[in-house]
Design a protein around this ligand. Structure first.
Ligand code: SF4
Length: 716
């Protein structure tokens, strides 16, 4: 155990708040303020403050478990690893490499995500790898790639937000999901800027807004089109910018002009005067931003929905201008880095495409393999989970809990149960781990070193602060040992080092020249700087000592002999072939499952402040459980009255996929045609039992945010 405090980062969301971990005389560690990290300046939410509770052996796994006569029993590491190797080898021999699936997580460090992708492709030889980040921000990623040729959550640092003129925040309840970020929006308003929040619910975030637009769930595509229509009709487009920096405007303009404000009002429920007011607030200031989150993204038309908001930004000349543009508030701790380095079905490290021959050649050379030996793109996350027990017979899963977090979760749970073999690496016995044939207890944030990439594209170093408990090893150790056991060519495990810095140095080479170029970032730099923004190619800046894209009051850069990183993207050109941003013409369409006589109400899902994602970690923290002990159904008083339900009464929510029961929480903060359920809990109140896996055709994002349900009272 170290005796001094260690500066590091929170294990949970994409803000990646800085914190110090200080050893306690009684053992264990406490979180203390780390004011020098600019993203959160010492502020933390309850999840971050209580994160050390999950380090306690009271709640976590400290021994491998293997299934024996139907029960998980303790085993040695060698027994457990041998069993996994045998399960994967047998599957590969009997059914071929694509019968082995790999499922990763947006919480894995860059080093783990990189190694997991490499393991799948060169040890197992499978194309069947994806991760739960697909459920988080893949629609924004796809829309960003289409429009800008590059996907980085925010193309500017959070510090730009207070200095812009107006922010439209679409489908983000950051007052609950990442509370320390709220200060940027408070400062925006203190500086005279305005905040528009688009959300069907009057959330804690919406309460802070100057204007709250509450569209019917699944209609924000129409809302964005209606705003763009008004921008054109009122002559508020930036014609010079459109001419100089974009392509495709005429088609996008024509599509928007078909969405008359009155038509949009009928679709969304947002009145024409509100639409006009939003356009005025957004267009009048010199600078403005649109930020999206899961609301517009988790739809079967999420890519088009985000595309419509990007079109609004482009038509008003925002992206690539100071203090302006479009950004996505990523969700998971390493949701950004996790999608850059190869655990996504269609990607190689550096945000390279798996079907690009040059990308295959480059990465294969770094890995020391024949490019032709690399499998092609595989299935997206839901499609992969849906194929379990059919043509995918064995699964290696790291850092994910799909029994709670996947859409149509009862079906996915059945698919997982039908596997021939399941191995799970986790810190706790999650609902998915409880179904496994082998469970490996792995180290977590404070017990290991590794990098993550936050929502700004800032690469960060999480430092090891404490020694892991006996019986626990890192995910990198697991992959090294499995590579050795599954080796078809002697020495393959040497390509799977257990030292995270060694992995990172290889990742740098694999990413060099790619879109997400990390080659100029080193652990030493990360230890001395408060993160480095990608792209950061190896090489200098000519010795100027200043970041060209830094704010004017930024101090001289400390490392003039290396690339300073890129806090602000697109200032000169976009990452497309011709350097222009692309308008993508989009039109309103319905969600996959509109309400009808049988299922007349809309369900939308989301998070609460005291729990995180599937709750596997946070449901093990007493303080968080006291604040958020279980699921609930939020509904409007009019709907409650029609149902005959009082506050706290159990309410059954029924969709075409199943039934969930949770207490009623009656509030005027939600539309009368909509109910809301948080998705952190398993069992009877599992919200994802109900959700619709209808996929976006581009991003393969499931439609978590809107499906048709009916409500029933529960007698017993
Ligand atoms: Fe951790 Fe996110 Fe809370 Fe910050 S806002 S303390 S990163 S959970």
């Amino acid at each position: 155990m170290r005796t001094t405090s260690t500066p590091t980062h929170c294990p949970y969301c994409a803000l990646q708040c800085g914190m110090n971990l200080s050893p306690l005389p009684s053992g264990g560690v406490e979180v203390t303020e780390r004011a020098d990290f600019p993203v959160n300046r010492g502020a933390l939410c309850g999840k971050g403050r209580t994160a050390p509770a999950v380090l306690s052996s009271r709640v976590r796994l400290t021994s491998p478990l293997v299934r024996s006569e139907g029960t998980l029993v303790p085993a040695t590491w060698d027994e457990a690893l041998d069993r996994i190797a045998e399960g994967l080898r047998r599957t590969r021999t009997e059914h071929g490499p694509d019968a082995c699936g790999v499922f990763g997580g947006g919480g894995l460090t860059n080093e783990k995500a990189y190694t997991l992708g490499k393991f799948a492709r060169i040890v197992l030889g499978t194309s069947q790898i994806d991760y739960n980040g697909r459920f988080c921000m893949s629609s924004a990623a796809a829309a960003g790639m289409k429009a800008f040729g590059l996907d980085r959550g925010l193309p500017f640092p959070l510090e730009d937000i207070p200095r812009t003129g107006c922010v439209i925040l679409v489908g983000s309840n950051l007052a609950e999901t990442m509370p320390p970020a709220l200060r940027y929006f408070n400062e925006l308003r203190e500086n005279g800027g305005t905040l528009i929040v688009v959300d069907p619910r009057r959330t804690r975030t919406a309460e802070q807004a100057d204007l709250h637009l509450a569209p019917r769930p699944g209609t924000d595509l129409a809302l964005a089109l209606g705003l763009l229509h008004l921008v054109v009709a009122e002559g508020r487009t930036d014609e010079a910018y459109i001419q100089e920096r974009t392509s495709g405007w005429e088609e996008a303009r024509a599509a928007a002009m078909a969405h008359w404000p009155e038509y949009v009002e009928r679709i969304t429920g947002v009145s024409v005067p509100q639409l006009r007011e939003a356009v005025r607030m957004f267009c009048e200031p010199e600078s403005a931003m649109v930020l999206t989150a899961r609301g517009p993204e988790q739809q079967s038309k999420g890519t088009d929905t985000v595309g419509a908001w990007i079109n609004l930004c482009l038509a008003t000349g925002r992206p690539g201008r100071p203090l302006s543009g479009y950004g996505c508030l990523t969700g998971q701790g390493n949701g950004q880095g996790g999608r850059e380095h190869g655990q996504k079905a269609d990607q190689l490290p550096g945000y390279r495409k798996l079907d690009d021959p040059e990308a295959r050649r480059h990465v294969a050379e770094v890995w020391g393999v024949d490019p032709d030996s690399l499998p092609g793109p595989g299935r997206s996350a839901y499609e992969l989970l849906d194929a379990l027990g059919t043509d995918i017979r064995a699964l290696l899963l790291m850092g994910s809990n799909p029994v709670v977090s996947a859409p149509r979760a009862a079906h996915i749970e059945d698919r997982i149960r039908s596997l021939d073999f399941l191995a799970v690496c986790d810190v706790v016995l999650s609902e998915t781990a409880a179904l496994a044939d082998v469970v490996l207890p792995v180290t977590q944030w404070a017990e290991e070193t590794g990098t993550t990439t936050n929502l700004e594209g800032r690469v960060l170093l999480r430092r090891q602060a404490i020694t892991p408990p006996d019986g626990v090893h890192s995910d990198l150790h697991v992959l090294h040992e499995l590579a050795a056991r599954l080796d078809v060519e002697e020495g393959l495990e040497k390509g799977f080092p257990t030292d995270p810095e060694e992995v990172f140095d290889e990742l740098r080479r694999a990413s060099a020249g790619g879109t997400a170029d990390y080659s100029g970032i080193t652990y030493r730099r990360l230890a001395e700087e408060n993160g480095v923004f990608w792209p950061c190619p190896a090489g200098g800046d000519g010795g100027s000592g200043h970041r060209e894209d830094a704010s004017p009051d930024a101090p001289p850069y400390a490392f003039p002999d290396v690339h300073p990183g890129t806090p602000r993207l697109f200032l000169d050109r976009f990452a497309t072939e011709d350097g222009r941003a692309r308008f993508v013409p989009v039109s309103h369409r319905a969600i996959a499952e509109e309400p009808d006589d049988e299922y007349p109400v809309l369900l939308t899902t989301g998070r609460v402040v005291a729990q995180y994602q599937s709750g596997a970690q946070t449901r093990r923290v007493d303080e968080l459980n006291a604040a958020a002990p279980g699921p609930f159904v939020e509904l409007h008083p009019r709907l409650a009255e029609r149902l005959g339900a009082a506050e706290g009464d159990p309410v059954a929510v029924v969709s075409r996929r199943g039934r969930a029961v949770a207490p009623a929480r009656i509030t005027r903060a939600i539309r009368p045609d909509t109910v809301f359920m948080p998705f952190h809990w398993p069992g009877e109140g599992r919200a994802n039992t109900l959700t619709n896996p209808a996929l976006d055709p581009t991003s393969c994002m499931p439609e978590f945010k809107a499906c048709a349900v009916r409500l029933e009272t529960v007698r017993d």
